[in-house]
Design a protein around this ligand. Structure first.
Ligand code: GUN
Length: 282
């Protein structure tokens, strides 16, 4: 019987641990503050932003929010980020993506101070991760490492195959698994004989954005499968990048969708916000 890796439960545990840390900081008169900026009114973004605010409230992190209109200029957004960078009582800054097309996303990510980059998207955060220095780590891959560790699934010496090479998941995931002494392979849309590669995986991480793409034939007997995808099928039911029913009898552990990786992303954002306080407490 496969272990179902419960991201909802694990994220609740992490949030409760953080709540305690935040209470301890409050006793020292230190208040953690995250500022969330949304540009435009994308309905999915509005839900994500609201969930982030709710998580802050639960843990005791102060949240500031800016809801800017769709026609906000790049200059205005850069000015706001500059102001928040200089504000000592703001510890984390997050610009919800996607942003409208007339604004250069890279320019915005780079404008956020690396000391407040709780998303871990700034080139300095990415660079630090890749050379093994301390810094903010992108929340979804950091959440996956937490899930594996808390389920006592060691990465050391394991064949870890990542399907997907995005800047937010695939690439930082590879760096984190290397840090855990795994043997890492990244596959992508041009990989030849994908199933041959994914079948080598002791731990298979799938982040390609294609519903139920990974089937029984892609998975080794006893593999651990981590599904980062999130899709709605024709019956409005959520599913992942992995065909869960097709692989469930073959795997030793798997993350479900929903309730697997998804909830961990916000928990790790909260973790990064608390981490952002470290300089203040030293
Ligand atoms: N849009 C979808 N996921 C994310 C995320 O993790 N961070 C930000 N800033 N925007 C997102």
């Amino acid at each position: 019987m496969a272990t179902i890796i419960d991201g909802k439960k694990t994220s609740s545990e992490i949030k409760d641990e953080l709540k305690e840390q935040v209470e301890q900081l409050k006793e020292k008169n230190i208040e953690v503050c995250l500022c969330v900026i949304q540009v435009g009114s994308d309905p999915a973004s509005a839900i994500y932003v609201n969930n982030k605010k709710k998580a802050c409230e639960y843990i005791g992190i102060k949240s500031l929010s800016y809801e800017l209109p769709e026609d906000t200029t790049q200059e205005h957004l850069l000015e706001l980020i500059d102001k928040l960078n200089k504000q000592d009582d703001v510890h984390g800054i997050l610009v919800q993506l996607p942003i409208p097309k007339h604004i250069d996303e890279d320019r915005i990510i780079q404008a956020i101070s690396p000391n407040k980059d709780v998303d871990g998207f700034h080139p300095q955060s990415v660079g630090r991760l890749s050379i093994g220095q301390k810094g903010f780590v992108s929340c979804t891959p950091a959440g996956i490492v937490q899930l594996l560790k808390r389920y006592n699934i060691s990465m050391e010496g394991k064949e870890c195959v990542i399907v997907g090479r995005s800047n937010i998941v695939g690439k930082p995931m590879a760096m984190l698994m290397l840090r855990e002494n795994a043997t890492v392979t990244i596959c992508h849309s041009r990989t030849k004989n994908l199933a041959e590669v994914t079948k080598r995986a002791d731990i298979l991480i799938v982040a390609i954005g294609k519903a139920k793409f990974i089937k029984n034939e892609h998975v080794k007997e006893g593999a651990v499968v981590i599904d980062v995808g999130m899709h709605r099928n024709e019956n409005n039911k959520l599913c992942g990048d992995v065909d869960y029913d097709d692989v469930i009898d073959k795997v030793s552990a798997i993350t479900p969708v929903p309730g697997g990786v998804g909830p961990m992303t916000i928990a790790m954002l909260m973790y990064n916000c608390v981490e952002s306080m470290v300089p203040a407490t030293k």
